[in-house]
Design a protein around this ligand. Structure first.
Ligand code: HEM
Ligand SMILES: [Ca+2]
Length: 234
């Protein structure tokens, strides 16, 4: 059964111990680390700051922040977008609710500073993904387990880079360049962030990427390390 609030698997039937879900869906939890000032909106500079906080370099953080905000801002706007409305009215004129069509309730143009609204982040789901998040942003445990039974063939509950690439390839659906690109980027970022010294990514780190708890773990570990270094110098 899909779980709205907890990223559960067979080893963690209660989700992440001690992690406050704040009533957010698991997909909202995945992105809320990047809402640095906790106002429910994620701006490009916040994604940049979040990526720097987990250790990505300036160039990768800058490029990723711009592309993520460009890709997700319009679709997560809190008012109905012009394209969504046009699609519905042209295909289903009978179901068209004219009252909802007043011009001020429709976002015609993207917001020029590209905010991402956490309340509507589930609208950012794309094709060629694993299906671990459903279209409402809930966590689907059996899809998550499937990744490890299907693709982790050489090490128990760990993926090699080659296995990960094989997985991304297996997920591709037809004529979906946006989804192919988005999915590959998400998994490459995950690999760079979570790989161990042998170049493997663990089931538990990936579960933490899904509910966002892994981002906090990495940030805290980096802070501790920096502090220890400072003390050592003094
Ligand atoms: C280090 C940073 C990040 C990593 C490692 C990462 C990784 C991932 C992974 C592994 C998935 C699941 C893909 C799948 O199930 O096939 C995912 C999905 C998603 N991520 Fe991220 N992500 C990061 C940052 C962000 C940011 C900053 C946002 C937006 C503010 C974001 C929005 C999303 C959305 C909307 C999905 C759902 C896509 C779907 O399932 O179709 N991610 N991400
Ligand atoms: Ca914010």
């Amino acid at each position: 059964m899909a779980r709205a609030l907890e990223a559960v698997d067979s080893e963690h039937p209660e989700g992440t111990p001690g992690y406050d879900n704040k009533g957010y869906s698991v997909l909202q939890q995945h992105v809320q680390f990047f809402d640095r000032n906790h106002d429910g909106i994620i701006y490009p500079w916040e994604i940049y700051a979040g990526l720097r906080a987990v250790g990505f370099n300036v160039v990768l953080s800058f490029i990723s922040a711009i592309s993520i905000n460009l890709a997700l801002s319009y679709v997560t706007l809190p008012v109905p977008t012009f394209f969504a409305r046009a699609f519905k009215t042209s295909l289903f004129p009978i179901m068209n609710n004219t009252a909802a069509l007043s011009a001020d309730s429709i976002a015609l143009l993207p917001n020029p500073i590209f905010p991402i609204y956490i309340s509507k982040i589930h609208k950012g789901k794309h094709g060629s993904d694993t299906g671990v998040y459903d279209t409402e942003g809930r966590f689907v445990p059996n899809k998550f387990e499937e990744l490890w039974t299907k693709f982790s063939n050489t090490h128990l509950q760990k993926l090699t880079f080659k296995e990960l690439m094989g997985m991304i390839d297996a997920l591709r659906v037809a004529w979906d360049p946006f989804g192919w690109f988005a999915n590959k980027s998400e998994w490459i970022l995950t690999y760079l962030l979570a790989k161990d010294e042998e170049g493997l990514i663990h089931k538990e780190s990936v579960r933490g990427v899904y509910d966002g708890s892994f981002f906090y773990q990495v940030e805290n570990a980096r802070k501790k390390k920096a502090l220890a270094k400072q003390k050592f110098k003094m």
